[in-house]
Design a protein around this ligand. Structure first.
Ligand code: NAG
Ligand code: NAG
Ligand code: NAG
Length: 254
């Protein structure tokens, strides 16, 4: 009982920050990068450590959020706006910024930074780009594209509940990826190109329509049931993000 009470109170606190948070937040990104790290091939792990030096990918996984203001041009690359109520995603229709400039959305960002990273180790003395930043953008955007769009309630709740225990959540997700999700994880990795952001975006909008918005009208008070029934979905999106980040880096670095 006591637990429920605190639980409900923390929702009310959460509700006041809905309009601020629009992404996984630091924990969500930390988790996806952390899940990816042990799945990297030797070549990918070597490239990552060459690009990051002594730094750990997971601890830099929110770097792209921190530079949003300094690199103002990068802010539309964190999300995709799809038309309300359609519950579909189409790259050509949806991947643009507020000024209508094509490719300026998270799927375009993933394609862009994947292509840049492919120049790693190509022998051309210096890439035109800072590939350390490229890696950090790509790792972050693969997390962003797995967030349940426009529903920061879920992400914030996820942070609240697991904040003190992120490592335990990571361990459980990691274990589940190799056991209960082992078959699905193979399908999550599949991609006929180097990066497959359109698949992740289409799934994401479907998840948002099926789960995030269903039964929720604006201004309604959300019950515990809402959160509890959606946790498995959030956990799966985190796991998918981690598995796919590793798979993408493995395809890039060979
Ligand atoms: C591609 O990356 C470059 C370098 O960071 C950036 O200037 C450009 O805006 C990016 N474009 C997209 C669509 O991500
Ligand atoms: C590349 O970007 C990182 C992160 O912003 C920065 O610390 C580093 O100095 C940059 N490297 C070069 C050669 O500019
Ligand atoms: C891991 O899998 C078990 C068994 O299906 C499930 O009960 C649990 O909620 C899962 N945990 C996470 C964090 O996905």
């Amino acid at each position: 009982m006591e637990f429920r009470k605190t639980h409900i109170l923390s929702f009310i606190a959460l509700l006041s920050c809905i309009s601020v948070a629009h992404s996984w937040g630091v924990d969500g990104h930390f988790i996806t990068c952390k899940l990816a790290q042990p799945r990297l091939s030797k070549a990918a792990a070597n490239a990552v450590s060459e690009l990051l030096g002594d730094n750990d990918l997971a601890s830099l996984c929110s770097w792209a959020d921190h530079v949003k203001f300094r690199y103002h041009w990068s802010s539309p690359l964190h999300y995709i706006d799809t038309p309300d109520n359609l519950c579909t995603y189409q790259y050509n229709r949806d991947c643009k910024d507020e000024d209508g400039i094509q490719d300026r959305c998270v799927a375009g960002g993933i394609n862009n930074y994947t292509n840049q990273l492919l120049s790693y180790g190509s022998g051309n003395s210096a890439s035109q780009y800072n590939l350390t930043e490229t890696l950090l953008f790509l790792s972050h955007f693969i997390g962003d594209i797995h967030q349940v769009w426009d529903d920061s309630i879920i992400e914030t709740a996820e942070e609240r509940f697991y904040n003190s225990n992120v490592d335990e959540l990571i361990n459980t997700l990691h274990k589940n990826i190799s056991t209960v999700w082992a078959n699905q994880a193979k399908a999550w990795e599949a991609c006929s190109k180097t990066a497959c952001p359109d698949i992740y975006a289409s799934e994401g909008i479907k998840v948002a329509c099926d789960w995030a918005y269903k039964g929720v009208s604006e201004g309604s008070v959300l019950e515990d049931d809402y959160f509890l029934s959606r946790y498995p979905v959030i956990n799966m999106r985190l796991a998918q993000g981690g598995v796919r980040l590793a798979a993408t880096l493995n395809r890039i670095f060979g």
